[in-house]
Design a protein around this ligand. Structure first.
Ligand SMILES: [Zn+2]
Ligand SMILES: [Zn+2]
Length: 360
């Protein structure tokens, strides 16, 4: 049963998983009324992130059912709270992974809300009023304006949606590791999926030489053709990997399956950095020799702050960067999730939320 919270009187239609089968079904629930810091958003599109699948099936043992997934949300503002005047009705906006943070700690003060230890996520979180948060698989969302970004006018709302999670997840470590405003670096992208394909686009837009490292030789044409990568290596081909020894300045590892970092680290120059964002649920193999002999670093990164999410959006507007998406209707979410579990998508599913429910 959905919990009842004071002021949660706005009836919303959405789609939820109700148990660990992960099956998504229509679900009607209540959201809070638009508060002074809120904007109410008519959801147009919502991307399907791998995280949605994990929560729907309770893979991490922390799902509070029913769970309404979705944190790659685009839509239009339909109500504005008295403190949320930077937005107005009709604005094209996006909501990503963050619903709330403490607003006071050093990370919040520094626009790194994503590392606040009181962070609350857009779904399966607990908002300040004690209510469970529900995500973007729904026709309306109420969001604190401090966690809402603007979508550039020239970008389409469907293919922009996955930038709110997949996009910022790869943008933030690029920025953090000096890959913005310093063209001409050698950059590696491990894995060519929802995250990897955006990373290739960013790398090229920022002027770098981009090498895709993948287990699938069949992805070479796509990587070097349409996505514009400069080079391609098959990670299981030891000859190719050895030939790339000490060739890269920076590597972004987007693979979510268990794998060894050893052969990949050998591709880094001395003092190079690998950032992992793929979140495998098994520990990664991390042999010490490639670290020690090359003074190399391995780091992690989780989504991004709101200021840098807006910066990413604006850069995407300038460079015309969007995600490659397959737009689906809400009644085919389960099929899409089955395909996503098999990595059978190029490169992100996006649900056309408003196509079905347009009675607002
Ligand atoms: Zn996500
Ligand atoms: Zn904080």
């Amino acid at each position: 049963m959905a919990q009842e919270t004071q002021n949660h009187t706005l009836t919303v239609s959405g789609w939820a998983a109700h148990d660990s089968s992960g099956e998504i079904k229509p679900y009607t629930f209540k959201r809070r009324e638009n508060g002074e810091n809120d904007v109410t958003i008519k959801v147009l599109y919502c991307g399907i992130c791998h995280t949605d699948l994990h929560y729907a099936k309770n893979d991490w043992g922390i799902t509070m059912y029913p769970v309404v997934p979705g944190h790659e949300i685009t839509g239009v503002v339909i109500k504005v709270g008295s403190n949320a005047g930077k937005f107005k009705i009709g604005d094209r906006v996006g909501v990503g992974c963050l619903a709330a943070s403490c607003l006071e700690c050093e990370f919040c003060a520094n626009s790194q809300e994503n590392y606040c230890d009181q962070i609350q996520f857009t779904y399966n979180g607990i908002f300040w009023d004690g209510s469970i948060t529900y995500g973007g698989y729904s026709n309306v969302i109420v969001a604190d304006y401090r966690y809402v970004v603007r979508i550039p006018e020239n970008l389409p709302m469907d293919s922009v949606a996955p930038l709110l999670c997949a996009g910022i997840t790869v943008f933030s470590p690029l920025k953090d590791n000096g890959m913005l405003g310093s063209p001409g670096k050698k950059m590696g992208v491990v894995g060519l999926g929802g995250l990897g394909h955006v990373a290739v686009k960013f790398g090229k837009a920022f002027g770098h030489h981009v090498t895709v490292i993948s287990t699938s030789p069949s992805k070479e044409t796509e990587a070097k053709g349409r996505l514009g990568a400069d080079d391609f290596m098959v990670s299981t081909n030891s000859q190719q990997m050895q030939a790339g020894n000490r060739s890269l300045d920076f590597i972004l590892d987007t693979v979510s399956a268990k794998h060894s970092l050893g052969p990949i680290l050998e591709l880094l120059k001395v003092d190079g950095t690998l950032v992992t964002v793929g979140a495998p649920d098994q520990p990664l193999e991390l042999p010490s020799f490639p670290l020690i002999f090359g003074k190399r670093s391995v780091k992690g990164s989780m989504t991004g702050g709101i200021r840098e999410t807006q910066e990413m959006m604006d850069l995407c507007g300038q460079h015309n960067i969007t995600c490659d998406v397959e737009v689906i209707t809400p009644d085919t979410i389960n099929e899409a999730m089955d395909r996503l579990a098999k990595n059978d998508v190029r490169y992100r599913f996006v649900i056309d939320i408003a196509g079905r429910i347009s009675n607002l």
